[in-house]
Write a protein that binds this ligand. Structure first.
Ligand code: 1GP
Length: 231
């Protein structure tokens, strides 16, 4: 696992659909000034065919690592540094647990990408999200932290190297501190938390509850000055 998880980190998620080159440049420059730690690129559903273009643009403006955050196997690119190889362990959709990975395996073997085997756990967040609809899975109820904790533990026992607690992009409610705490208590591997985080206070809450990495996407897409607040 080549993600540095020795310190608390903030990752900026770039959804290639929700940006253009001009906006992207401004975002990267602001992210550099805020000294964020790395970038994730991807999305559950991409309408534009600009994933590589986005990665290349980030690489031109920043030395920070870029990790793929793929919604499906078509979102693999050698231009990135690594990939969160997501297994959607909160769901029971076989393709997202292992099927897509079988198709991607030979492509990944030929790539130079750092592969980060990731247990991806969707938490119910107040309304349907693109990721819950597209993945055709039921998120874990927000008021059942023990289910999230046992799911994360099972992922760790299966050898997954990092756990990602996801409320969904633009979620109404972020993952609660109770859920983050319960998961943190149960596992030893690093913990990523994302979805619906739109204030510095929420970032602090996630970190103090036990998140190692917090992912921010929509809040920065909507208002680039949020990066100054993060700084
Ligand atoms: C989504 O966790 C990420 O997959 C980030 O979510 O866009 O709500 O910040 P936001």
């Amino acid at each position: 696992m080549k993600l540095d998880t020795t310190k608390k980190q903030i990752a900026v998620l770039i959804d290639p659909d929700k940006t253009d080159i001009k906006k992207l440049q401004k975002t990267i420059e602001a992210a550099e000034k805020a000294n964020i730690d790395f970038f994730l690129v991807g999305g559950s559903l991409l309408l534009k065919d600009n994933l590589e273009e986005v990665i290349i643009s980030i690489k031109k403006l920043s030395k920070k690592k870029v990790f793929l955050f793929p919604g499906n196997p078509s979102q693999i690119s050698n231009k990135a540094d690594g990939i969160l190889l997501l297994s959607l362990i909160s769901g029971r959709n076989a393709d997202l647990l292992i099927g897509n990975h079988v198709q991607a395996a030979p492509i990944l073997k030929q790539s130079k990408l750092n592969i980060v085997p990731t247990g991806y756990i969707l938490i119910e967040s107040g309304t349907a999200t693109t990721v819950s609809y597209i993945s055709n899975t039921t998120p874990i109820p927000a008021n059942k932290p023990e289910i999230a904790a046992c799911t994360a533990l099972a992922g760790e026992q299966l050898g997954l190297q990092i756990i990602y607690l996801e409320a969904g992009s633009g979620a109404l409610n972020a993952v609660s501190k109770e859920t983050i705490k319960a998961v943190r208590k149960m596992i030893r591997v690093p913990l990523i938390v994302g979805g619906g985080i739109r204030s510095a206070a929420q970032i602090e809450t996630a970190f103090s509850a036990g998140a190692d990495i917090v992912v921010i996407g929509t809040a920065i897409e909507n208002d680039i000055t949020f990066l100054e607040e993060i700084k």
